[in-house]
Design a protein around this ligand. Structure first.
Ligand code: AVI
Length: 319
């Protein structure tokens, strides 16, 4: 079990003392919600890996296609030999695919799921012995203070997969401002953005036939049971995932199948049958709006690459 003193993956900004209070508060709200960061315990991270393999879940494949097609040009644009800071690195596969092109001097994968990250980095170290790797187990959604071990020269932040869509646009701008502040003078950000598209494509991507996304969403209740000492009965809840056109986002919720009382350390709540817990938003952007957001966050000139269907964009924004 990793903890804050683990030498392999220092866990920072992940103050376990505050997590139960944060969860108890969001579950007690008039419209209950659970932060999407709690989707990523070790099993949740594995389920997300499986989602990325699903035929319905196009973002991972589409983004990889953009890198396959435009990789050399992207590398020429962003340059080589940088400190590559991979936000939400997960299994590190996306960054690792780019190592031959980007040739990072130092690789800093950052993820809230520290155990999962450590396993991935151990495997990666065998393959890329010449790259210095400094994994960080860290919840970077609220603050992005990097330790001194992260080189300051030529910081290239990598934020693929359109994880930016899991923030509201206001939160996204604030987050991008924090990234910009950490970039340094000659740094930049290489970011993946899921673009607005046909609603049926989005509905299928977030409610797949095999039920993997349902398992990913329901697993958050198991994680909450552990973190909060709660007694959610997973069988009493159902996954909902769909595009909300009024908000320009996909939403995930969990719907109570029966009326029930859920208890946790220091609190409890009654859920009516049919009541929803909101677990995730995934905003879909127009490319011009995404570029505008980056500009608002302080980034200068941006270059974008997209796929033939214009479903996804990879954008490089210079600090
Ligand atoms: C991590 N993030 C970009 C995913 C998304 O598409 O919003 C998480 C996800 N949720 C359901 N499926 C995938």
């Amino acid at each position: 079990m990793l903890n804050a003193t683990s030498p392999a993956v220092p866990v920072v900004n992940n103050d376990g003392l505050h997590i139960p209070a944060e969860l108890a508060e969001s579950l007690s709200a008039r419209q209950p919600w659970i932060s999407p960061k709690f989707l990523y315990d070790p099993l949740g991270s594995k389920l997300f890996e499986a989602i990325c393999e699903l035929p319905e879940y196009y973002p991972t494949r589409t983004e990889a296609g953009i890198f396959d097609l435009h990789g050399p040009e992207i590398a020429r644009t962003v340059g080589t030999g940088a400190t590559l800071i991979d936000l939400g690195a997960g299994n590190c596969a996306k960054a690792a695919n780019l190592f031959p092109l980007l040739q990072p001097r130092q690789y800093v994968p950052v993820d809230i799921s520290a155990e999962f990250l450590l396993d991935a980095v151990e495997r990666l170290r065998q393959r890329f012995r010449h790259i210095e790797m400094r994994p960080l187990g860290m919840d970077f959604s609220g603050s992005l203070e990097l330790p001194d071990s992260v080189r300051e020269e030529r910081r290239l932040f990598f934020y693929p997969g359109s994880s930016i869509g899991n923030f509201t646009p206001d939160e996204a701008r604030d987050f991008l401002q924090r990234v910009h502040a950490q970039c340094g003078r000659d740094g930049g950000l290489l970011i993946g953005i899921d673009l607005a598209k046909e609603h049926a494509v989005l509905d299928a991507a977030y409610d797949d036939a095999l039920g993997v996304t349902a398992a990913f969403n329901l697993n958050v209740l198991r994680h909450v049971n552990r973190l909060l000492g709660a007694d959610f009965d997973i069988r009493q809840w159902r996954h909902r995932g769909f595009y909300n056109p009024a908000q320009g986002r996909v939403e995930m919720h969990l719907e109570a199948q029966t009326a029930q009382q859920v208890t946790w350390r220091g609190g409890s709540r009654r859920f009516a049958a049919g009541e929803w817990i909101h677990t995730e938003n995934s905003y879909k952007y127009r490319q011009s709006d995404a570029v505008g957001l980056l500009a608002q966050a302080g980034f200068a000139a941006a270059r974008a690459w997209t796929d033939p269907k214009q479903w996804f964009a990879v954008i490089y924004a210079r600090a």
